[in-house]
Design a binder for this molecule. Structure first.
Ligand SMILES: *Cc1c(COP(=O)(O)O)cnc(C)c1O
Length: 360
């Protein structure tokens, strides 16, 4: 068996320890004679799996008691609609446009009400986070929306916007559990888990309880109403059982590693290795302003499209997979999520140095 260094933006690398454990439990989960894939979501065994996953996540993120944790399906993209459907009482919300995912959420919200663009970094291909200290936020806005870590462009909000008292909703898909967060500053935190937490198919939404009501937009599907999911502890219908089980294992792995404070240190260390190299390289350049750089997604370019493709091809042959940038940006992108070992980043940088010397 050989494993590559997988720099995919998502679905992405998972901790080997988790994969090994899952493999061991594949045929017979803890003596019940079947795989987690094969068991009823109403069984006692699965009930323990989902409850333990929630308890571990609450512990890791220090989630206050007045927040519900929901395990949902439909991808982060489905939340682009679920958020306005559940929250748009005044049919008005503010969006901060920092990349493709924010843009998509913004476009979706417009289907349901008035979505106002509060700020944008489109003028410089989303290479920075706009100043959000004094935005034109009005009291009648139901919420302010951000994409906290921009997977494609490699920017991250280092400071949350000043929402002037309006509820904040954040898509944290690509920075989920990468560092500690103060949950109480958000109305909703949600993310697809396939970037940093688990296999595709699960979305985790952490929602302040007072926002979970029957007062949703007319026509909101039963499945998309947060109250349906909350009243049924994420078991209104069959949840993505196996995915939740793997997420639970990742939560345990994170706790064993020392929790989110330790993960943050590790992630900073890893990112620094790559950014320091990019800052001194004559061939490779990071595309994001230093103060807004993501710890998770690191886009870079050589400035020459042919050289970029040559690099991606040779890197692949050397065991570094999925370094091609997003189709909308080009160049390269290294996603260095929690499960990417430091050694993977060190080896990538060593390879980049060699490539630079050989292609001067
Ligand atoms: C990947 C991604 C999405 C889309 O996730 P799906 O689960 O494919 O819908 C949304 N937002 C962010 C920040 C992402 O990285």
């Amino acid at each position: 068996m050989s494993r590559v260094y997988n720099f995919s933006a998502g679905p992405a690398v998972l901790p080997e320890e988790v994969l090994r454990e899952a493999a061991e439990e594949m045929m017979d989960y803890k003596g019940c004679g079947m795989s987690v894939m094969e068991m009823s979501h109403r069984s006692k065994v699965f009930d323990e799996i989902i409850k333990e996953a929630e308890a571990d996540l609450r512990d890791l993120m220090n989630i206050p008691d007045n927040y519900k944790v929901l395990f949902l399906q439909g991808g982060a993209s489905q939340q682009f609609a679920a958020v306005p459907m559940n929250l748009m009482k005044n049919k008005k919300a503010g969006y901060i446009i920092t990349g493709q995912w924010a843009k998509k959420a913004f476009a979706e919200a417009k289907l349901y009400g008035e979505a106002v663009e509060l700020a944008s970094s489109a003028d410089k291909t989303f290479s920075y986070i706009p100043d959000c200290s004094d935005l034109a936020i009005t009291d009648d806005m139901d919420y302010v929306y951000i994409c906290e870590n921009n997977t494609i462009y490699g920017t991250k909000f280092k400071e949350l916007p000043n929402t002037k008292g309006v509820d904040l909703v954040a898509d944290v898909s690509s920075c989920f559990l990468s560092e500690p967060v103060d949950v109480s500053k958000y109305a909703i935190i949600y993310g697809g888990v396939q970037k940093n937490v688990g296999p595709a198919g699960v979305v985790i939404a952490i929602i302040r309880e007072d926002l979970i009501t029957d007062d949703v937009l007319p026509g909101t599907p039963t499945m998309l109403k947060y109250k349906t999911q909350a009243d049924n502890d994420s078991l209104y219908n069959t949840p993505p059982c196996y995915g939740i089980y793997i997420c639970g294992k990742v939560f345990k792995w994170l706790k064993k590693m020392g929790g989110l404070e330790v993960m943050k240190q590790k992630n900073e260390e890893k990112a620094k290795i790559l950014y320091d190299f990019l800052d001194q390289s004559e061939m490779f350049k990071g595309t994001v302003v230093p103060e807004d750089r993501s710890l998770m997604n690191v886009p870079f370019v050589t400035g020459d499209a042919d050289l970029d493709s040559k690099f991606v091809k040779e890197a692949k042959a050397a065991g570094f997979e999925n370094l091609k940038g997003h189709r909308s940006v080009g160049g390269m992108r290294a996603s260095i999520y929690n499960a990417m070992p430091k050694e993977g980043v060190e080896k990538l940088v060593a390879f980049m140095k060699e490539f630079e010397a050989a292609n001067k």
